[in-house]
Write a protein that binds this ligand. Structure first.
Ligand SMILES: [Fe+2]
Ligand SMILES: [Fe+2]
Length: 307
């Protein structure tokens, strides 16, 4: 027995309340999204929120393809028949998210330089970091990549729950943007256990799990800040070129809300990060079932209309 197995977390008695993921196939073209609207309260007009949404959307397609690669590698090692099914649904859901965010990113690309950011961040994350992990981590970086995926999925599920409660997301005028956010958010909640349970089957070690969370916290924090700044700098340049003042007070108010309000996203991310260090933590410990159910029927109705 390896000395590290003392820290193994396999805990089959832990309660697991999970909804099996369901594959939906919406197709939005986002033609109802406009960068500026007459309604001053529309979220489309908020420079901070626009940069935040675009910054995240630029990370999703290739980030989610990395999650698929990391989980797929261990698909054959899974014993639990329900988890096997959930892995298939997880892969299908993430593939759909990637495709829809790519279409959205093309819309954003009409105004912002999306392509250079996509090239730079994917080159850094997958052309450099992933290759480094594959080449130099003993026995290959697969287990670390899976643990990073489990940690990242804890953040995307946290994002999902925060997005469903967010008044600013509800205030987008574009119906297709709202539909995309709610659809992506509920599916992140729906499959939040999948990468984690695969990790628990193949390498249930506390130090691997929490070490991966430290790396993931730095990576996701850094990449999100990079994406946000890339777009926000373009906003500043555009405002200067057009001679329009930038609403700095609105930016500060938005950052303050996300950082300090109990439902603010940055605050939720910080809580999620700390909670992950609890021994025998499981994503289903975060109870967002009522919120999920409230939005799932709405999403099913909307995606049926779109599909
Ligand atoms: Fe996703
Ligand atoms: Fe996900």
């Amino acid at each position: 027995m390896s000395i590290l197995s003392v820290f193994d977390e396999k805990n089959p008695t832990a309660p697991k309340k999970v909804t099996p993921p369901k594959v939906r196939s919406p197709k939005w073209d986002f033609s109802d999204f406009h960068f500026d609207l007459p309604n001053p309260d529309a979220t489309e007009n908020n420079v901070f929120r626009r940069a935040y949404l675009i910054g995240l959307s630029m990370l999703f397609p290739e980030g989610e393809r990395f999650f698929i690669r990391a989980v797929k590698r261990y698909a054959d090692a899974i014993q639990d028949p329900q988890l096997k099914k959930d892995v298939k649904a997880f892969i299908a859901q993430e593939a759909q998210h990637g495709r829809q965010h790519e279409i959205l990113n093309e819309t954003f690309g009409q105004k912002y330089d999306v392509d250079s950011f996509l090239k730079n961040w994917t080159g850094f994350a997958f052309g450099f970091l992933e290759k480094l992990s594959e080449k130099y981590i003993p026995l290959g970086g697969g287990k670390l990549e899976l643990a990073i995926t489990a940690a990242a999925e804890h953040f995307t599920a946290t994002w999902g729950a925060a997005a469903l409660k967010s008044p600013s997301f509800a205030a987008f005028e574009s119906q297709s943007i709202k539909d995309l956010i709610y659809w992506h958010a509920i599916e992140e909640i729906e499959h939040k256990h999948v990468a984690f349970d695969v990790m628990r089957e193949v390498s249930p070690n506390y130090f691997l799990r929490t070490g991966a969370m430290l790396i993931t916290g730095v990576l996701i924090g850094g990449l999100s800040a990079w994406g946000f700044s890339h777009i926000f700098l373009e906003e500043i340049k555009n405002h200067l070129k057009e001679g329009k003042p930038l609403d700095i007070a609105q930016v500060i108010r938005s950052i303050g809300y996300e950082s300090f309000d109990k439902d603010g996203m940055f605050r939720q991310f910080a809580v999620a990060f700390v909670t992950y260090f609890r021994p025998n933590f499981h994503p289903s410990d975060m109870d967002d079932q009522a919120l999920f159910e409230e939005f799932a029927s709405l999403v099913d109705e909307r995606t049926q209309k779109v599909a």
